[in-house]
Design a protein around this ligand. Structure first.
Ligand code: SAM
Ligand code: DTB
Ligand code: SF4
Length: 320
């Protein structure tokens, strides 16, 4: 067990980022081994249950109605279709099923349908996660009562850089939804995106925001921006992959007991880069050929990568 701190300073986090790479990875891997089985990776599968036509202006997102990305919009998927896809994901080895919807905030009648999906997915014996945008207290409670295990709601970046990327909702809106989810007793999945043109300080500040939440999020997805034609962030200068790996390592050190998820962007990463991310303390991935609307590595490829690295997805999550 590690000490869980909520008082990291910018100088301390920047000092971690500035360590020689080998020292940083050694520190992260040491902490990782104190808290987890180092060869076990949790696998989640994602499904977009409602696609596109979103009113928000998130500059990275192919699903915003404001950008012409050629994406075909789809209304809320029928429950039986969702359950068929969840069963397939389970058969392929996913332990958690995450349902994503392109909403600013759901309507109460949408929540009723999502609750039925949650109940159905749980009945298949999978953990459930949803990411539906901003929630009210009543909606959060309805999801909790329906058995939702995790809610994903990302802070995305530092508070300062946030307004460069999104103008239609505030950082505080996101913190408010996260507080509702935490207070309702649902596990929190919260992380961000790097490679959006943010500075080193912005990346450090995002991690400090996450660590300074009243409780560390149980899951911390670290996404590498997937650049999509038509979105404002298309053409952003590529982030040095070593800085991405450092971000994973710093997240591991700051949040020793959280699942750090190597999330979007794996399709553009080499096997060797992903191996370094696992060495740096990532112990969760999105599994399945699609993220929400963009490509993810083929399942066969991930199975072969796990075999080559001696990783497994089952068994105990924590170090004995
Ligand atoms: N609409 C809801 C919301 O934004 O809260 C839920 C779905 S939204 C697509 C979930 C998350 O996906 C975003 O917060 C963002 O972190 C991530 N995301 C979206 N587009 C991405 C991209 N192009 N690259 C990396 N991550 C992305
Ligand atoms: C998260 O942090 N990453 C996932 C999940 N939470 C919902 C989404 C990634 C989306 C990538 C772009 C797309 O496929 O549309
Ligand atoms: Fe809408 Fe979510 Fe995409 Fe933002 S990230 S445009 S809220 S779907």
């Amino acid at each position: 067990m590690s000490i869980l701190r909520h008082d990291w300073t910018l100088a301390e986090v920047q000092a971690l980022y500035a360590l020689p790479f080998n020292d940083l990875i050694f520190q992260a891997q040491t902490i990782h081994r104190e808290n987890f089985d180092p060869n076990q990776i949790q696998v989640s599968s994602l499904l977009s249950i409602k696609t596109g036509s979103c009113s928000e202006d998130c500059g990275y997102c192919p699903q915003s109605a404001r950008y012409d990305t050629g994406l075909k919009s789809e209304s809320l998927m029928p429950i039986d279709e969702v359950l068929q896809i969840a069963q397939r994901a389970k058969d392929q080895g996913a332990s958690r099923f995450c349902m994503g919807a392109a909403w600013r905030k759901p309507k109460d009648k949408d929540i009723e349908r999502v609750v039925e999906m949650v109940q159905g997915v749980k009945a298949l014996g999978m953990e459930t996660c949803a990411t539906l945008g901003m929630l009210t207290d009543t909606q959060t409670q309805a999801l909790k009562d329906g058995g939702l295990d995790y809610y994903n709601h990302n802070l995305d970046t530092s508070e300062e850089y946030y307004s460069e990327v999104i103008t239609t909702r505030t950082y505080q809106d996101r913190l408010d939804t996260l507080a509702r989810v935490r207070d309702a007793g649902i596990n929190v999945c919260c992380g961000g995106i790097v490679g959006m043109g943010e500075s080193d300080a912005d990346r450090a500040k995002l991690l400090i925001e996450l660590v300074n939440l009243p409780k560390h999020p149980e899951s911390v997805p670290i996404n590498m921006l997937v650049q999509v034609e038509g979105t404002p962030l298309m053409g952003t200068e590529q982030l040095d992959p070593l800085i991405f790996i450092r971000t994973i390592a710093v997240a591991r050190i700051l949040m020793p007991e959280s699942r750090v998820r190597l999330s979007a962007g794996r399709s553009n990463m080499s096997d060797e880069m992903q191996a370094l991310c696992f060495l740096a303390g990532a112990n969760s991935i999105f599994y399945g050929d699609k993220l929400l609307t963009t490509d993810n590595p083929m399942t066969n490829h991930d199975i072969s990568l796990f075999n080559r690295l001696g990783l497994h997805s089952g068994g105990s999550s924590y170090a004995q």
